[in-house]
Design a protein around this ligand. Sequence first.
Ligand code: NAP
Length: 258
Amino acid sequence: MAYSPRYSLEGRIACVTGGGKGIGRAIAERFAKEGAHVCIMDRDSLVIEEAVTAIQSQGGAASGHHLDVKDQKKVEEVFQAVEERYGRVSILVNNAGITRDQLLFRMSQEEWASVIGVHLNGAFHCTQAAQKQMVKIGYGRIITISSVSALGNKGQVNYATAKAGLQGFVKSVALELGPFGITSNAVAPGFIESDMTKATARRLGKPFADFVEEKTKVIPVGRSGKPEDVAGAALFFAGEESSFISGQVLYVAGGPKA
Ligand code: NAP
């Protein structure tokens, strides 16, 4: 019997925002290993180049696209350029994200608006641009990275609001685009080791190793999350076999979250 890889993304064009680093890069590397051409979309040329080179040196297909997801016009241009150069996008991962943690009473308008802008406006811009191409081919997989912070987190009213908002976004997109063969799901990670959590440790004045140890104490599986853990979940939603699963939120947190 012929071997058919369960999660093959052969021939697919996959766009990963914030794909130059951390979780986005792990997702991009994993998708490329499964045969997709991965478009790394990020705002720092250096990290884009590093990610593209790493994928290509492992035999994968990747291209770099300088993009700030807040800029709707640029998003439209970049997605159009991808379609013209590589073909229609069938997988989108809304992963680009930032934190600007602060207690509510001290939070500035800029701290609030920048987090809402990157996560919510960014996902709106990229999903709107990508779905045009997905509708044309009658197939699509949209994966949006939420967070356990959607359930509420002290010092993160901006981020928690954005990540909870994304869950509503994902479900609404699932309802609208289901008839076109497009699924929309969220992956909501818990504590994952990345530059984002390293920056949090620095801000709290804690060595990263101590911060990881502290976080690990309350994780049922007894270890911290790695970007590859999120990549595995994203791959599940990206594959053809998940076609009957849409509008869902999968917590990837080493234990149950509601
Ligand atoms: P990361 O290491 O900081 O990587 C995020 C990437 O997104 C960076 O390359 C960042 O660029 C880029 N980015 C930020 N704003 C952007 C914009 N406007 N346009 C394009 N790219 C932009 O963070 P991560 O930990 O991998 O996080 C990835 C996603 O997972 C985020 O949505 C985050 O909220 C979510 N998440 C993370 C954790 C965790 O524990 N790490 C938990 C739950 C959810 P710059 O470096 O220039 O900002």
